[in-house]
Write a protein that binds this ligand. Sequence first.
Ligand code: CTP
Ligand code: MG
Length: 379
Amino acid sequence: MITAILLAAGKGERAGFGENKVLREYDGLPVLAHALSAFAAEEIGEILVACRAEDEPRINAIIRPYPNARTVPGGDTRADSVFFALKETKGETVLIHDAARPFVTRRMIRDCIESTRRYGSGVPALPAVDTTVLAEDGKIVAALPRAQVYTVQTPQGFRTKELLRAYEQSRQNNEIFTDDSGVYAKYVATPKLYEGDAGNRKLTFAEDFSPAERVGFGADTHAFYTENEGAPFIDFITLGGVRIPSEKILKAHSDGDVLVHALMDALLSAAGLRDIGYYFPDTDARYAGADSMELLAETMRRVKDEGFAPKNASISILAETPRLSPYIERMKQNLANALLLPLSAIGIAAGTNEKLGYVGEKKGITVFATVMLRKTDES
Ligand code: CTP
Ligand code: MG
């Protein structure tokens, strides 16, 4: 039988939520529930969740759907929590996992079991990507050979008896290890590595809980002047900062760049801000005849202040007239420049509305825009 120990007895002090971070929600579920469901889907006989007494009622509520899961008392340090749980472990094989790592994959759990069966241990590791050094007091004291440096994650698998014996010895010697492979390495054998997963992050700080990406949607419509409305004497409309020859002229307070306006709303919305009418009211004389590309630049500053940068934008134009295809590439170039993105990150599709509705009757143009933002560290 295999036992999984999920460590949930920390306080989550660095996250600063005023409660244990594994009880916080991520993607609509408590952090602990993510790992729990991954382990419960594998051939695991019992799941022991180490927790502090004050969290026990909430943790019991989270584990209720899993009949082979139960709580065990945690300790003051992670090592204590592991030791106490090991003493209650019935499985001859044990997998130890930080509940604060909700992204553990079923592939990792299987590899961990397989490695432990074959070699007596299974420790997930990732090769270092950056140059690695040893430092003291803010100074480099030695360079480490990168090819031999790995970062270590959980779940880590062991033979229960061997790990328990190792913990008993390390406790007698008053040693504090931050992970189980260290205890095992000192008292049992050289731990065997299996391949970790870069996505298997440990949630440590508050910002680790906010999603790294945000999607946004925007739409805008501008009407064409009708024949007896006395359109201004121009022969173009502006879309994506490009002047496009047109018999019909768009009504607008600004330059009427309906595409840029839809995109601005998508950007503002993804960043959790208000809409274009809020920041650039058309009652404000400053925006009369405004160059929408400048308003886009201002929008980008607001998005940046919120700590976001665009990853890509996808735009769909509905227009019966004028013909847009000769101008799409220039629009893409303008938007790529404004959003600081490569051309390949901007998509613009243009189509008619098959003569249906106000677009089909050539009464106006509608544009839909979506953007993806990524979190930057600059907020
Ligand atoms: N853990 C535990 N018992 C402890 C301390 C930690 O079971 N006495 C668990 C945590 O719940 C977490 C994992 O060990 O799932 C990794 O620890 P860490 O990320 O340090 O979590 P916390 O100790 O809760 O956070 P902090 O150090 O910021 O207080
Ligand atoms: Mg801790």
